[in-house]
Design a protein around this ligand. Structure first.
Ligand code: ZN
Ligand code: FE
Length: 251
């Protein structure tokens, strides 16, 4: 079994992640948005990264990359165009971590370079800023239809897949979700759960694909109640997605 250590770090309610295999001693870091926070996590766990997986070029995901790379000698996997990446990846590439196959999912929309990392054998996916708990990343570079296609790549994974995302944006996302999907009881119940978690200072990440399919409006573009609420009964799923993203940007 892989062990996962998730820790919050600045600047944008980010989550850092270390993935460790006790058998081989191998460790992977997912993004390195903050060098000191990662070095502290490495010292606290005793897990020294042998690999770093970069999702995309935004500063809150790569600022600590050179510090942690030079401190650990880790091999850096990531998209093209980022300083310090040793192994440039694209859609459907595979590489090996601790004897497992890691599948690369190119998931553009938030940025065009966005990569998500799927460890199929463990049913875990790291979605960066593509899919959040009850939300999704803002469209800085891609069109709504580009992001919708990326969402469909993620929903094609098994329902039990555990999803780690890069930010604790859940409460704000949940408030928006309720505004467009008010009669969804699974969503109402989850709102109560996440409020309790945050009051205790606990993370709402990870989530599962099954939970997201039930509560995340950005994955529920075919849902008749959401369509009626938006007045988009006849629209395509991609058009519903675009309107949800537009409304969220102004929420
Ligand atoms: Zn980002
Ligand atoms: Fe981010």
């Amino acid at each position: 079994m892989l062990q996962i250590h998730q820790f919050p770090h600045p600047p944008l309610q980010n989550y850092g992640v270390l993935i460790h295999d006790p058998e081989t001693g191998e460790t992977a870091a997912v993004d390195v948005g903050d060098g000191p926070a990662y070095m502290a996590a490495i010292h606290a766990t005793g897990w020294t990264p042998t690999q770093i997986w970069v999702t995309h070029h935004h500063f809150d995901h790569v600022t600590g990359l050179s510090e942690v790379k030079s401190a650990t000698g880790a091999t850096v996997y990531g998209p093209p165009g980022i300083a310090g990446v040793d192994e440039v990846l694209s859609d459907e590439d595979h590489f090996s971590f601790a004897g497992r196959q890691v599948e690369v999912i190119h998931a553009p929309g938030h940025t065009m370079d966005m990569l998500n990392f799927h460890i199929k054998s463990e049913r875990i996916v790291f979605t960066g800023d593509t899919l959040f708990v009850m939300g999704c990343g803002r469209l800085f570079e891609g069109s709504p239809s580009t992001m919708w296609s990326s969402m469909q790549k993620l929903t094609a994974l098994p329902d039990q897949t555990v999803i780690y995302c890069s930010h604790e944006y859940t409460l704000e996302n949940a408030k928006f979700a309720v505004s467009v999907d008010p009669d969804n009881m699974a969503l109402r119940n989850r709102m109560i759960e996440v409020e309790q978690l945050r009051e205790q200072g606990d993370p709402t990440v990870p989530t599962t694909l099954a939970q997201e399919l039930a509560t995340n409006p950005f994955l529920r573009c075919a849902n008749p109640e959401i369509r009626t609420k938006l007045g988009l009964e006849q629209a395509s799923d991609s058009e519903v997605f675009a309107e949800l993203r537009r409304l969220k940007d102004h929420f």
